[in-house]
Write a protein that binds this ligand. Sequence first.
Ligand SMILES: Nc1ncnc2c1ncn2[C@@H]1O[C@H](COP(=O)(O)OP(=O)(O)OP(=O)(O)O)[C@@H](O)[C@H]1O
Ligand SMILES: [Mg+2]
Length: 270
Amino acid sequence: MTVTAPPARGAITAGEPIRLTSVNKTYTTATGPLPVLQDIDLHIETGEFVSLVGPSGCGKSTLLKIIAGLIPFDNGTVHVGEQAPKEGRRDVGFMLQQSVLMPWLSVRENVTLPFAIAREKGSHIAPRVEELLELVGLSHSADMNSWELSGGMQQRVALARTLALDPRVLLMDEPFAALDEFKREHLGLEVTKMHEDMGKTSILVTHSIPEAVMMSDRIIALGARPGRVVGDIRVDLPRPRSAAMIATPEFQDISRQVREALAGEDGSIS
Ligand SMILES: Nc1ncnc2c1ncn2[C@@H]1O[C@H](COP(=O)(O)OP(=O)(O)OP(=O)(O)O)[C@@H](O)[C@H]1O
Ligand SMILES: [Mg+2]
């Protein structure tokens, strides 16, 4: 296998577009077929940040797994860049809700893991790991054991790992759900800044409307099962974003539009 070294800082790989056309997905369950996604049309531009919101069970995680190539879909087409989804593509980074760190490894070793899994070797890896640790604010905690970390620190390690191979596309499934409100807002703003610096195409699944508005260029509202698009709301707030924007009438108006799109769809949304 030929492995190309990831670009050095300053040459971060930008995003690529994601296109879903008429995608349907039905799970086969013990009690019969369970349709979860219906006629999903979603075109995300290079470098765009899109949030998916919708009630629990409407198929948000299913949609991300399809884009990541982790599960098949029934019909329609999906393209990430020029190609169909495929598991293990190094241009697609997937950050899960519950970070799966190796507890017996240090922070630094956990961040080094993606290179080992990709069987990538070379002298560029050590400085790249230090760069990633700095990026997520963990340089001073690099030698800590993973089991010693707070929830917020664990998610920072998970984020560094997701960014390690410099993906073009970032898929994040409720990455801050386990954090308290303060940490959540703080890390959300940091990821927003990273996005503004790097321009990777990003999809965030969240149950928080303010988080979606703060971070996104566009918010896709999905209705209850089978999940289908019930709202496509543009977030025309200027960038860089800041916490001060939450109090503005524009921010509140966009939040209202998202709430209205989801009105009548049962489920927990804040
Ligand atoms: N592998 C599977 N086999 C059968 N059914 C599944 C499978 N995975 C998910 N489901 C069902 O599909 C539906 C959608 O699940 P999914 O996890 O995509 O929802 P979600 O929108 O991410 O929900 P949440 O907000 O609670 O995370 C749910 O009813 C779930 O029970
Ligand atoms: Mg989910």
